[in-house]
Design a protein around this ligand. Structure first.
Ligand SMILES: Nc1ncnc2c1ncn2[C@@H]1O[C@H](COP(=O)(O)OP(=O)(O)O)[C@@H](O)[C@H]1O
Ligand SMILES: [Mg+2]
Length: 216
């Protein structure tokens, strides 16, 4: 489902660089990505999502090479579920509108049934009519996760998705993400610092191990 080879990237004017020799994820497989702050985990997820452009190397998602895609926004919307550290909720849209955003942008029929089911599972049904600023940080995180799951993506990239949650919710949010990956044959990469949730994943990869040698 995901195939990364010989990836190289650096920020303009910065000494920091990311080098990934090889990472391969099967459909339905889940990986926890760990490593110290500042080592490049977020940058790596942004490269996979096509938000940042790699200097060299190749990234394939579901057999499609990222560099061959002409409309990256549309591809990302339909194939990748993103949960980023800063949530990226739209402040002037309600929680429901934020969750249904992948459909609203894509101009497709609204999947209210799916939004309702996911909202119920994550216990945010009572928040659907509110604006993001009227809910707590942890609730925003769950809304962001709901949104990522909406489009039934091939790949989910989650950057510390449980960072703002209490221990009970952590497990719940992760099990929702991982259950989704198994049921819908969707590959998942989760960046996490929570050592108590690592056992839930098929594999745990240390970021430093991705450079210079085979990671699978
Ligand atoms: N837009 C940017 N421009 C220049 N350097 C950046 C930018 N974003 C992040 N960095 C630097 O890249 C390094 C890796 O950052 P990041 O990928 O966020 O690491 P992590 O997610 O593992 O904490 C850090 O040294 C950070 O300061
Ligand atoms: Mg980060």
């Amino acid at each position: 489902m995901l195939e990364v080879r010989h990836l190289a990237f650096s920020y303009p004017g910065s000494q920091f660089s990311v080098e990934i020799e090889h990472l391969s994820l099967a459909a339905g497989e889940s990986v926890a990505l760990v490593g110290p702050s500042g080592c490049g985990k977020t940058t790596f997820l942004e490269l996979i999502a096509g938000i940042r452009q790699m200097k060299s190397g190749s990234i394939q998602i579901d057999g499609v090479d990222l560099s061959d895609i002409t409309n990256l926004e549309s591809f990302r919307l339909n194939s990748i579920g993103l949960v980023f550290q800063e949530f990226e909720l739209i402040p002037y849209l309600t929680v429901r509108e934020n969750i249904e955003l992948p459909y609203l942008i894509g101009g497709e029929r609204q999947e209210s049934g799916r939004a309702n089911a996911l909202a119920e599972r994550l216990e945010i049904t009572h928040l659907l009519k509110r604006l993001p600023r009227r809910i707590s940080q942890g609730e925003r995180q769950r809304v962001a996760i709901c949104r990522a799951l909406m489009a039934q993506p091939k790949l989910i990239l989650a950057d510390e998705p449980t960072g703002n949650l209490d221990p009970l919710r952590k497990k719940e949010v992760l099990s929702l993400l991982l259950e989704q990956s198994k049921q819908e044959k969707c590959a998942v990469i989760v960046v996490t610092h929570d050592s108590d949730v690592l056992e839930e994943f098929d594999r745990v990869i240390t970021f430093a191990d991705l450079s210079g040698k085979e990671a699978v």
